[in-house]
Design a protein around this ligand. Structure first.
Ligand code: ATP
Ligand code: MG
Length: 409
């Protein structure tokens, strides 16, 4: 079914290139449908129409909506790049005018050389890709606007001849990956640190929907510490359209751990209690796995032995996407996704406040289980779970806050 877009109203056009999902063979429709659904949800309050046609995502919008559309495209997982394009009639004159415009913009941005990348999808168009490129290149170098450099040009000017002709210059790189929603749902243990938001994002990039849980110990941890985690949840929600942040108070649990556990084991016991609560939540909200931001050897609780102990308490697959990354690599991603500045705010986390001077480095599953059982703490975990608070964050709301909404919405 072909739905016509009213281009007098939706005057601006964006084009997104699909990434890895183009490799998905028979399943491709499922992936495409999810991608469309995600971008439509994100833009629900925006004057924009979205279409997917022969491996390209098209967004048509009003001038006022460009900011919101670009923001959504920057966060959309599943495309390798996007560009604002000129959509012109399929004739050489119109193409040349569009190419000239792109060339002048590139020149004013400092470019000296260019290359034409032409692509003819519509085989009825009389010129092939090579002929299009040679025909139109002249409009820029004949009068000295730009020089041709086919090997290392400052800009590539793209021409795609499809149902219309699309002309565009630079393409913005994006998040790539698989559209969120095609790979099940995971429960992310989200702390206020640098790592866990990155871990959530990594799984979203593999198509996983992510829900979050945070354990706090008010008044030992501050309200600001919780606010920081809420802010982080709001940032990562934007890559996956939405997320629920479950906030569980572990104050009583931590007090009990402190009373009943040899000091060296307190951090490990806290991790085990978190895992128990995460099991309950994952079951309740139908998550397929539990995700943490642990990285091998980063701190005492993350030796391979201690990781094995934590894992033995997980009732769903425990996924640790950062396990082999060092801090700098993690920080690079945190910067890219925009969580770093929030993560480094100096509010103490519950683990820090109760951490022992000399934590056990190589616990065994047997001894950890024995200590855990001796605490008789399950009822407290259940209570804290039952009293959890839930917050919801979504891309749609963020866009609604940043840009004014559609009338009557
Ligand atoms: P940092 O960047 O400080 O290492 P972190 O979030 O990785 O932050 P760690 O102490 O290394 O903190 O904790 C390892 C993992 O355990 C975290 O990545 C997170 O998944 C989980 N975790 C730790 N504390 C909490 C908490 N208070 N609430 C929820 N999950 C937590
Ligand atoms: Mg960490």
């Amino acid at each position: 079914m072909k739905t016509e877009i009213d281009t007098n109203f939706y005057t601006e056009t964006y084009l997104g290139k699909l990434g890895e999902l183009t490799l998905k063979g028979g399943n491709i429709r499922v992936f495409e449908k999810q991608l469309l659904c995600n971008i439509r949800l994100a833009l629900e309050t925006v004057e924009a129409k979205v279409k997917l046609l022969s491996g390209r995502l098209y967004i048509y919008c009003t001038k006022n909506s460009c900011g919101a559309v670009e923001y959504a495209l920057d966060h959309l997982i599943g495309i390798t790049g996007w560009a604002k394009v000129q959509a012109v009639e399929k004739n050489l004159e119109a193409i040349k005018i569009a190419v000239r415009k792109e060339g002048e913009v590139a020149k004013s941005n400092g470019a000296k050389t260019f290359k034409i990348e032409a692509r003819r999808e519509d085989k009825d168009f009389p010129l092939n890709s090579y002929e299009i490129a040679t025909e139109v290149a002249g409009v820029l170098f004949d009068d000295g606007t730009l020089d041709v450099d086919v090997h290392k040009p400052d800009v590539s000017i793209n021409i795609e001849v499809r149902e219309k002709c699309y002309v565009y210059c630079s393409q913005k790189k994006t998040c790539r990956g698989l559209p969120v929603g095609v790979s099940g749902k995971g429960l992310l243990l989200l702390s206020g640190g640098i790592d866990s938001p990155v871990a959530g994002y990594r799984m979203m990039r593999r198509g996983m929907k992510v829900e979050c849980v945070y354990f706090h110990s008010y008044p030992y941890t501050s309200e600001e510490a919780q606010q920081k985690v809420q802010d982080l949840a709001k940032i990562i929600a934007q890559y996956g359209n939405d997320t629920h942040l479950n906030v569980i108070s572990f104050t009583e649990v931590q007090m009990k751990i402190k009373q009943k556990t040899p000091e060296a084991y307190s951090t490990l016991m806290l991790r085990l209690c978190m895992m128990k609560a995460a099991n309950m939540l994952a079951e309740r909200i139908n998550c397929d796995c539990i995700i943490t931001g642990e990285s091998l050897g980063q701190v005492a609780s993350q030796t391979i032995e201690n990781l094995a102990v934590t894992e033995s308490f997980a009732e769903k697959p425990l996924v640790r996407p950062l396990i082999g990354l060092d801090k700098e690599e993690i920080m690079d991603t945190a910067n890219f996704i925009g969580t770093y500045e929030t993560s480094i705010l100096p509010y103490e986390d519950c683990c820090v406040l109760f951490s022992p001077k000399h934590p056990v480095l190589r616990a065994t599953i047997e001894e950890a289980k024995k200590i855990y059982d001796s605490m008789e703490i399950d009822f407290l975990i259940q209570k804290s779970f039952d009293e959890r608070q839930i917050f919801r964050y979504s891309m749609r709301d963020v866009i609604g806050e940043k840009w004014s909404l559609k009338e009557n919405f």
